[in-house]
Design a protein around this ligand. Structure first.
Ligand code: ADP
Length: 335
């Protein structure tokens, strides 16, 4: 199976680092979340307290890591970064916890993928800034307690629903990040073009924004590819509407912002499963893409745009989905 997410990540991570906002003022859109974060930060500073644990959930590339990196900067405290799936056992978490300075932030990405043993080890750390370390085995087994400095965990997840209840309950603040409004994405494209020292016309910026599935990471990605194309084709290296249109064609990004893999997903349900309902695993198998990747990276936008529906029996391509691909539904379509 090809994990498109991994392939994409190598590229994406580098771009993310270059274009990531450095302060809360730099964060565009999500105004209600940002406003609430400002209040948290203000109250924490005023009380000279440690910030309560925060959970951010939302689709990939939507700004969870961005907020998690901006918050410690605003507070002037250290940040450590860990990835949920990379923590195999409690001992892998130990260095992060013992290194966590007073008031510092530990960011755990994909926190819904923590193993149960790691998660349980984290509970007392989150609640009482204490860990219980098991030593020895059998009759000689004992537990020692270790006191930690008060610190903050910021968790990020693409699946709030997959978090266990006890884990979820330990977060004082829970914030959901949703897809961006077109104007916010345009602003992100404009600002990042400046950071990349690239000129982009207003119309072209709007075009890039419109095709980026409401997702800043995708907007950045398209901007970078389009900029390459402009360097090649435009004497001033400027991203014009024409250049943007050519680049979209080359990148196979359609009018709604769907990429090749999104269309393949729709096609498989139409062709192999007569429009559905089709189970997630069956679709994943037909596409040779992990089910997780489908659920995290591909389905959220298709659901939001109403191209597919989720039913208890599986996924269905809607009338709109058929229309978008210019296909006439067979007799099997039920929606
Ligand atoms: P996530 O952690 O949700 O997968 P990131 O925080 O890594 O997403 O966001 C990916 C990239 O998108 C960032 O590096 C940044 O350039 C851009 N980005 C995300 N959210 C915003 C925002 N609110 N304002 C400006 N840029 C953003």
């Amino acid at each position: 199976a090809i994990d498109i997410r991994q392939e994409f990540d190598v590229d994406a991570r580098e771009i993310d680092e270059r274009l990531r906002p450095q302060s809360l003022d730099d964060v565009i859109g999500q105004s209600q979340v940002v406003e609430r974060v400002r209040v948290m930060l203000y109250a924490t500073r005023k009380r000279n307290d440690t910030l309560g644990h925060i959970l951010f959930d939302g689709p990939p590339g939507i700004g969870k890591t961005t907020l998690a990196t901006v918050i410690p900067k605003e507070l002037g405290v250290d940040l450590q970064i860990a990835a949920g799936p990379a923590l195999d056992a409690p001992k892998d978490l130990l260095p992060y916890l013992t290194n966590a300075g007073h008031g510092s932030v530990l960011f755990i990405d994909e926190i819904h993928r923590l193993r149960p043993a790691v998660e349980e080890f984290l509970y007392p750390a989150m609640e009482d800034f204490r860990i219980d370390i098991a030593l020895g085995e059998g009759l000689n087994a004992r537990t020692i307690n270790m006191q930690l400095k008060p610190f903050t965990i910021i968790g990020a997840t693409t699946r709030a629903g997959m978090l266990t209840a006890p884990m979820r309950d330990r977060f004082v603040y829970r914030e959901h990040l949703d897809f961006y409004e077109p104007d916010d994405l345009i602003e992100i494209v404009r600002r990042n073009a400046v950071k990349l020292k690239t000129k982009v016309t207003d119309q072209a910026a709007a075009e890039v924004a419109r095709r980026s599935q409401g997702t800043p990471r995708k907007a950045n990605n398209i901007l970078l590819r389009t900029r390459d194309f402009a360097t090649l084709k435009d004497p001033n290296g400027e991203i014009t509407t024409e250049i943007a249109a050519h680049a979209m064609k080359m990148l196979e990004i359609d009018s709604l912002g769907l990429e090749r893999q999104d269309r393949r997903y729709l096609k498989i349900i139409m062709d192999v499963f007569q429009g559905g309902p089709a189970g997630l695993r069956a679709i994943a198998h037909s596409l040779s893409i992990p089910a997780d990747t489908l659920e995290d990276d591909i389905e959220p936008f298709l659901l939001r745009t109403g191209l597919i529906q989720r039913t208890p029996r599986g996924r269905i391509v809607t009338q709109r989905g058929y229309e978008h691909l210019g296909v006439t539904p067979g007799p099997g379509l039920r929606s």
